[in-house]
Design a protein around this ligand. Structure first.
Ligand SMILES: C[S@@+](CC[C@H](N)C(=O)[O-])C[C@H]1O[C@@H](n2cnc3c(N)ncnc32)[C@H](O)[C@@H]1O
Length: 386
């Protein structure tokens, strides 16, 4: 019965996000939409916009629900060690989407969070979303330095509160915050914390029920949002099956993820990545951590059924080259795995991406134990694959 009431009442029941599936925020887009629609914040600030998956859900809600919200998205748009590095394509696409759809009330601030903070009055922000670098020190700094800018009774969202891998530390700061004010945690995807800065002023609509101690309402709300997240994931899977993935926002960029290993086993923990836009030839330089071994190095592309032309791949450490194709070995020593086929081409390694998990394996390379990072350089071009 509770679920039925939620289904008929929440503004997000008709929400069709313009941007989804391009980041780690897909699970929470419907909640973001309802939060803005019901809270009607006067001032909303997001720290960490990247491709705008979360930010544009807030903006879309502010526009469609005429919430009267002033939105600010802050980012250097250069990436960080967790988000990976990315090129200028991201900022170009985000600022164009903002200009076309939300210019009247949304401003992008291309700056460091610390520098941007000066632009906001103390106790002025109604809704603050913190989603920058996810180390303990970075999140602690972002929370401590921005908390005075949030009005008493305002809301802070913290993303990635459930991630315990790599050096993510949001969960620790989240545990501490929960001791200091009312909160709710969504456990879909990497987890989202919703926290009210004391005092516990009454919140409008479903938000008051959400932040109440666990009850049938907030668990029904959590189920409702999990179901919306599942709907979106099904929609994304369908886009891959029918090929329409080629035409959405996801198709504008490609992620290159490099897995390094000593023992042939490849895992997310031992990988780094970079992201590129799709216009023209790109020189990509990916730095692997000191001590990274290439036994062998695996390169994955996260890309929408594209064709990728690679003209060179080079692996270097401390000024010496340890692998170089095509000059030294040709591309034939590179093995393909997963969703990729090699197409004929007189000089390039031409790759047709056929699904979600294409992989290239370089030959095993013995590296010196000398200091300094291992650097992978590639020259490539990604094109739509018709
Ligand atoms: C996890 S991503 C944001 C994801 C985004 N909210 C989404 O919905 O996909 C983190 C972003 O924070 C930015 N960032 C990290 N630390 C920063 C800092 N101190 N100042 C400005 N931007 C920063 C990075 O450039 C990156 O784009």
């Amino acid at each position: 019965m509770r679920t039925e009431i939620i289904h008929t009442d929440l503004p997000s029941r008709h929400f069709e996000p313009r941007i989804y599936g391009v980041g780690a925020w897909t699970s929470h887009l419907h909640f973001a939409y309802d939060l803005v629609a019901v809270m009607r914040p006067r001032l909303l600030v997001e720290l960490g916009v990247d491709r705008g998956e979360s930010y544009f859900a807030f903006c879309q809600s502010a526009a469609e629900n005429k919430a009267g919200t002033r939105c600010f998205g802050v980012d250097t748009w250069r990436g960080d060690p967790h988000a990976g590095g990315y090129d200028e394509t991201t900022f170009a696409q985000v600022s164009s989407h903002n200009r076309v759809n939300y210019e009247a009330f949304s401003t992008l601030i291309r700056d460091d969070f610390d520098a941007a903070r000066e632009k906001f009055e103390p106790k002025s922000i109604d809704l603050l979303h913190i989603d920058g670098l996810h180390t303990d020190a970075a999140v602690r700094h972002d929370v401590d330095s921005w908390l005075p800018k949030v009005r008493p009774g305002g809301i802070i969202l913290l993303h990635d509160v459930d991630v315990r891998s790599r050096d993510f530390g949001v969960w620790r700061i989240w545990a501490e915050l929960q001791e200091r004010g009312r909160s709710w945690t969504f456990h879909d995807g990497p987890g989202l914390g919703v926290w009210q800065k004391p005092p516990a002023l009454e919140l409008p609509g479903f938000l008051e029920q959400l932040l109440a101690p666990p009850n049938e309402w907030n668990s029904a709300l959590a189920k409702y949002y999990s179901a919306r997240a599942d709907d979106l994931q099904r929609k994304i899977a369908e886009h891959w099956r029918d090929g329409t993935i080629r035409h959405g926002p996801f198709a504008q960029q490609t992620i290159i993820q490099v897995f390094y290993t000593e023992d042939g086993a490849h895992c997310e923990e031992n990988s780094v990545f970079a992201r590129i836009g799709h216009e023209g030839w790109k020189e990509v330089r990916i730095e692997l951590p000191p001590g990274a071994a290439a036994s062998p190095l695996r390169i994955d592309f996260v890309t929408a059924l594209t064709t990728i032309d690679v003209t060179s791949i080079r692996l270097a450490k401390a000024g010496s080259t340890y692998f170089s194709a095509p000059e030294e070995t040709g591309f034939d020593t590179i093995r393909l795995g997963g969703d990729v086929e090699r197409l004929a081409h007189p000089t390039d390694l031409r790759l047709k991406i056929t699904g979600i998990d294409p992989q290239l394996y370089l030959p095993v390379v013995a590296l010196p134990s000398s200091e300094g990072p291992l650097v992978l350089q590639m020259r490539l071009r990604v094109s739509a694959n018709q």
